[in-house]
Design a protein around this ligand. Structure first.
Ligand SMILES: Nc1ncnc2c1ncn2[C@@H]1O[C@H](COP(=O)(O)OP(=O)(O)O)[C@@H](O)[C@H]1O
Ligand SMILES: [Mg+2]
Length: 283
């Protein structure tokens, strides 16, 4: 099957007094419907890699190499994101690829009611208006399992909880019917009690819509719950890429081994009621 996203030696450079590489030569191909986890300690280059794929890097950061998103039927030429014009990026963002970030406020407007924010991409991508648009807004809010969509649609984001905001951000990311969702630490800023619900929601939306997912986290047990394959990054470099179960059972690189060991040790401290992580189940 032809890939939905193909990275070839994708790198990110900072064009400072002394230019240096923040990310070096990351390569992988993501199949339609595939879920790839990216894991690594803070500062390992996960977020800038995601921003490069989204064409969202701003000066002094600059992408090089190649990131091609497939936009049409298998075999048709895709869009090269690296070096793409703003116009070209506008055509793929939202409709082919979109993103959810750690901080939902990053993608939400504090001065606009939730319903109006959601109406904008629904009108743009689905050509809806009037009653059909109003219904689509409420459906999109219900779809991310927000209670009382009518009330949420009228609310400003300071009037709803952190978990609800992240659900709105997810609805916003899904509004254009993208084929690929990039979720960059989407539960890290949330209370532990609401993290699991948001993860379940992401998982359900991605499988129901047959989307691909790039799920970024510093938390291996969380990544291994959701990903088919895992890319381990460190200091801006590709360390190891393997099927999730393979990575947990037979980590090849010493750094990956450290990550797997550390999450097992952490597991040992968790009460049984928190549920068994994939790492634990794999033993
Ligand atoms: N806008 C920026 N300007 C300068 N350095 C940056 C910028 N964004 C990220 N970096 C640096 O790039 C490296 C990778 O950052 P990032 O991708 O955010 O890491 P991660 O998401 O894995 O925690 C870090 O050393 C970080 O300090
Ligand atoms: Mg990050």
């Amino acid at each position: 099957m032809s890939a939905l996203l193909t990275l070839e030696s994708l790198g990110v450079t900072i064009d400072d007094v002394e230019p240096r590489d923040l990310v070096e030569a990351v390569s992988f191909a993501l199949a339609p419907g595939e879920r790839l986890g990216i894991i690594g300690e803070s500062g390992s280059g996960k977020s800038v890699t995601a921003l490069a794929i989204l064409g969202l890097l701003a000066h002094p950061l600059q992408a090089r190499g190649s990131a091609v998103l497939s936009t049409g039927p298998a075999g048709s030429a895709g869009v090269e994101v690296v070096g793409a014009s703003q116009r070209r990026l506008d055509r793929v963002r939202g409709a082919v690829v979109s993103a959810v970030f750690q901080e939902p406020l990053a993608s939400l407007d504090p001065l606009m009611r939730v319903g109006k924010q959601l109406a904008w991409p629904l009108a743009k991508h689905r050509g809806l208006g009037g009653d059909a648009l109003r219904r689509a807004v409420l459906d999109a809010l219900a779809d991310v399992q927000l209670p009382d969509p009518e009330r949420i649609a009228r609310a400003y984001i300071h009037e709803i909880s952190g978990g609800q905001r992240q659900r709105v951000a997810i609805a916003l990311a899904l509004a254009g019917g993208p084929r690929l969702l990039i979720a960059d630490e989407p539960t890290t800023a949330l209370d532990v009690t609401v993290q699991a619900g948001v993860l379940d929601l992401l998982q359900r939306e991605v499988s129901e819509r047959g989307m691909s997912l790039i799920f970024i986290s510093h938390d291996l047990p969380v990544v291994s719950r959701i990903a088919d394959r895992v890319l381990v990054m460190r200091h801006g470099r590709h360390v190891e890429l393997a099927e999730t179960s393979q990575l947990l059972r037979h980590p090849v690189h010493p750094y990956t081994r450290t990550l797997v060991e550390a999450s097992r040790e952490l597991d040992a401290f968790l009460p049984a009621s928190t549920g068994r992580s994939a790492v634990e189940e794999d033993r």
